[in-house]
Structures are given as C-alpha cells and as structure tokens.
Design a protein around this ligand. Structure first.
Ligand SMILES: Nc1ncnc2c1ncn2[C@@H]1O[C@H](COP(=O)(O)OP(=O)(O)OP(=O)(O)O)[C@@H](O)[C@H]1O
Length: 232
C-alpha cells in the first residue's frame, strides 16, 4: 500500500540543519496493524506525517498504491488525505460544538456526501465503537475513552485504506487503553483498514503485528510477529 524509498527529513533549526529521518526505506502492506516505536524525538510523528501527506520528505519518495506523493500538488495531497487516510490524534481533535453523530458525519460532508445518503453509515460506525447511547452528546460531556472512540469512528467512516494514529493511548488510563486497542484490532479486521500507530506505550506494542523501532531517525529494528493466534 505504502512504499518509502530513502526518505530523509531535514529541518532547518536557526543556522543549522537537523536530520530527523535518515534515508528510511519501508513497505507497508494493506490491512497492516503496525506501530512505530521509539523514544521522544526519534522521528515517529515526522514519519506518520509524511505517510499521511501532512508533510513532505526533504529527499526520497513515498508511494501510495503505486502513486508518488512527491508529484502531487497541495490540492492533490489534500484530496489524497480526504479520500484515503483517517487520522486519530492523542488529543482527539473533536469539534466541540458538534455532538457525536455530527463529529462522525463531518468527514463525509467534506467529501461532498449528502447527510440523507450516509446517515445509516454514521450510525453504524457509532454503534461499532459502542456509543449508540451517547450519539447526541457533545465531546465535553464524554470521558477520554469515549472521545477516542468518537475519533476512531470519525477516522473509519469514510472507509479509508489506512488510519494513522499518533499516540492514540497517550491520554488514556491503562484500562481504557486496552479497550481502545482491542476495538482498533477488531475494526482492523472487520473493516480491512490498515492501522499505523506511533507510540511509546508498551501496551500498544503487545497488540500490533509489526513493530518498527526508530532511534535518532534511523530504523533500528523491524519485527513481525503473531498476535493472539493470528497469522503474522
Ligand atoms: N518543525 C520542526 N522543526 C525543527 N525540528 C523538528 C520539527 N519537527 C520535529 N523536529 C525534530 O525532529 C525530531 C523528531 O521529531 P518527532 O516529533 O518526529 O519525534 P517523535 O518520535 O514523534 O517524538 P515524540 O514521541 O516526543 O512525539 C525531534 O528531534 C524534533 O525536535
């Protein structure tokens, strides 16, 4: 689904260049459930942002379904994100004035869909994340775990090829983190969307089928393993 070839990211900091990613080459398959792990500053978020078309590499190539992101204009990149990528952030990024239903509906409205045509799809996703009872509540009245469930439903509602999740359990306690990870594992299977995380949370790494370890912008290890009896 994704291929990265010799991706480097250099930031200009004052008078100096700082290399956040050093010549990274990776393949990420459709339906993956994988995590970038590594200490703070190792390049996890930079890598996710480049995969999601939120940022561009300084050198190197990223392809999505064989198409190079480098040659896309800003408008084409925005369309790539809208049509193919769901985003989940550690701080949920829900729209506070909208209720659960409207937050999940929002990406479909951005895609030009009519509410009447997608109402059932939105309700299905809200149901999938276990929030049918809370569907008309505003984010401020929900718990952190419930807000993250809304964010997951919102990310999946448009049937993306991939969900990119930057530290999705960072603001959750242990019990909620496990519930959220189990839910994402189930949705990965049921909806056949790839999930790609960045994390330093060891709980996340117990759930993933592949773990790519980053250190100072280099890939230090890339492990694939069996999780819960599934084939690796
Ligand atoms: N816009 C920027 N300008 C300059 N340096 C940056 C910028 N964004 C990131 N960096 C640097 O690049 C390195 C990698 O940052 P990144 O956020 O990708 O790491 P991370 O592994 O996600 O860290 P964390 O777990 O703390 O979020 C860090 O040293 C960071 O300071």
């Amino acid at each position: 689904m994704f291929s990265m070839e010799n991706v480097t990211k250099v930031y200009r900091v004052g008078e100096q260049d700082f290399t956040a990613l050093h010549s990274i080459s990776l393949e990420i398959e459709s339906g993956s459930f994988l995590s970038f792990v590594g200490p703070s500053g190792s390049g996890k978020t930079t890598l996710l942002n480049i995969l999601g078309g939120l940022d561009r590499p300084t050198t190197g190539e990223v392809r999505f379904q064989g198409k190079s992101l480098s040659v896309m204009s800003r408008v084409e990149l925005a369309a790539f994100r809208r049509d193919h990528v769901g985003f989940i952030f550690q701080s949920y990024n829900l729209l506070p004035v909208y209720d659960v239903y409207e937050n999940v509906l929002f990406p479909l409205i951005l895609m030009g869909r009519r509410e009447a045509d997608v109402r059932d799809r939105v309700r299905e996703l809200v149901h999938e994340v276990g929030l049918s009872d809370q569907i008309h509540k505003k984010p401020a009245t929900l718990s952190g775990g419930q807000c993250q469930r809304v964010a997951i439903a919102r990310a999946l509602v448009k049937n993306p090829a991939v969900v990119l999740a930057d530290e999705p359990t960072a603001n959750l306690d242990a019990e909620n983190s496990y519930h959220i990870l189990e839910l994402m594992q189930k949705l990965n299977r049921d909806f056949n969307a790839a999930f790609v995380f960045s994390t330093h949370d060891e709980k996340v790494t117990q759930f993933v089928r592949r773990e790519i370890q980053l250190e100072d912008g280099y890939v230090k290890a890339d492990r694939t393993r069996k999780v819960g009896g599934e084939a690796a």
